[in-house]
Design a binder for this molecule. Structure first.
Ligand code: ATP
Ligand code: MG
Length: 416
């Protein structure tokens, strides 16, 4: 007889369960909590968009667009791409939904994103991001607010120790033009020593050579001119307003003058929260100001700033999550008790208590099950209890047992 081949999970995807699921939920819960404190609205946008939304926003030469997109032709012959990030889709929605009437608009979202990368620890093909953006605010205060939000999230997750905020400025258009020319001149002078990848970058996207990880590029990148000498007065003032704001809010930062974002519309602030606890996948949260993005998609010129963080990477940094707990497990013994237990279980749940039933094996097995579920109480119902109209309520921590009338169970559990 032919054996049926069992299906496989697609490489780079995850089935998130148990402990991992609890870590995941902790990140998303805290994010939702903090975004409310900062008065950011949640938005949900499509998982797929027309391919050109990403190609135009992220740039044809970016790693994501040139190598990592999940693109396909749908049945109507249109080119569709599974979102590799949120910012492009949010910028598209801003234009198509007429959100400029709400500017400045503070938004968050979260969910799965897709990139065709080599799977490894902290790097998946379907992973999850939390994302925060402010559209329609040219003020440096918007950059500060997003960074303080990110910092508070990391603190509330208990992972801010060992995570550093690295900050840079890419200046305004004039600054960037002048700096870019100086960089090209510098890299041209060292052409012979650059990696092949960086020779391509030199043609298409010279700024990216600065953050190359190739050891052949490092000395040349490290000796390249800093942006500081090229900053216009306005650009320098903007950066100072951001760093002053961070200092005022008590958020620590360090300058990383090699931190860049490749695309032409990136302006001013660029940042990453980095840790050395995750090996090569050390960037947990990254973002910057993208004042030209909405314009490049055909919308009215709109300033924007935002960040995204990998939920998996944040979850990996969390301390052991606390085991889940519930209020009660009902332990019925006998057919009559089974039926009564169903009624009581429904009542407890309707009263807002987390409760389950242990219906297999002897009493000992059932109490073990109650322990395994992390129950505070076991509610034991046998023939005697049925006759008296009372359950034996056992506090699983102390072992103390009391008799509680069936009708008063929910109140008694809530009170203790
Ligand atoms: P990296 O340098 O690690 O590839 P990136 O620059 O591509 O990151 P961004 O596009 O800035 O990352 O995405 C924001 C965050 O999303 C990253 O800081 C990281 O936490 C997470 N992330 C990016 N790619 C992956 C992936 N393939 N698997 C899991 N998390 C990821
Ligand atoms: Mg990447």
């Amino acid at each position: 007889m032919a054996r049926i081949e069992t299906p496989n999970r697609i490489r780079g995807t995850q089935d998130i369960f148990g402990d991992e699921q609890r870590r995941f939920a902790t990140v998303l819960d805290r994010f939702d909590h903090v975004r409310k404190l900062y008065c950011f609205q949640r938005v949900d946008i499509p998982i797929f968009e027309a391919t050109n939304v990403f190609a135009r926003s992220m740039g044809e030469t970016s790693d994501v667009v040139s190598k990592e997109m999940y693109s396909f032709e749908d049945r109507g012959g249109d080119s569709i791409t599974l979102r590799p990030e949120f910012t492009a889709g949010i910028a598209r929605a801003y234009i198509t939904e007429g959100w400029q009437q709400h500017a400045p608009l503070k938004l968050v979202t979260s969910g799965p994103v897709f990139r065709y990368e080599r799977p490894q620890k902290g790097r998946y093909r379907q992973f999850h991001q939390i994302d925060a953006e402010i559209l329609g605010a040219p003020e440096p205060a918007a950059d500060v607010e997003l960074l303080v939000l990110a910092d508070q999230l990391l603190r509330e997750l208990g992972i801010s120790d060992g995570v550093t905020l690295q900050l840079n400025t890419l200046g305004d258009a004039e600054t960037r033009e002048a700096w870019r020319a100086a960089l090209v001149a510098h890299f041209e002078a060292h052409r012979d020593a650059l990696s092949e990848d960086s020779l391509t970058r030199l043609e298409k996207n010279p700024l990216r050579i600065l953050d190359s990880k190739d050891p052949r590029d490092r000395p040349i990148a490290d000796s390249a001119p800093d942006i500081d000498a090229f900053l216009t007065q306005e650009a320098a003032a903007f950066f100072k307003a951001v760093t002053d704001g961070l200092d005022a809010a008590g958020v620590a930062w360090t300058r990383n003058s090699r931190l860049v974002r490749g695309l032409d519309y990136y302006r001013h602030t660029a940042f990453e929260f980095v840790t050395d606890r995750l090996g090569a996948q050390g960037t947990v949260l990254a973002g910057g100001r993208y004042d030209g993005l909405v314009g490049s998609l055909g919308g009215a010129e709109t300033p924007g700033v935002g960040w995204a963080a990998g939920v998996e990477r944040l979850a990996m940094l969390l301390a052991e999550p606390q085991a889940a707990t519930i209020d009660a497990v009902i332990v019925p013994m006998g057919d009559a008790a089974n039926l009564r237990a169903m009624g009581i279980l429904a009542e407890l749940r309707r009263a807002g208590l987390a409760a389950d039933m242990a219906f297999r094996g002897n009493m000992k097995k059932r109490l073990q099950k109650a322990d395994a579920l992390g129950a505070r109480f076991a509610i034991i119902i046998g023939d005697d209890e049925l006759a008296r109209g009372e359950a034996a309520v056992k506090q699983l921590g102390s072992g103390v047992q009391t008799a509680v009338p069936f009708a008063g169970l929910a109140e008694a559990l809530k009170a203790s």
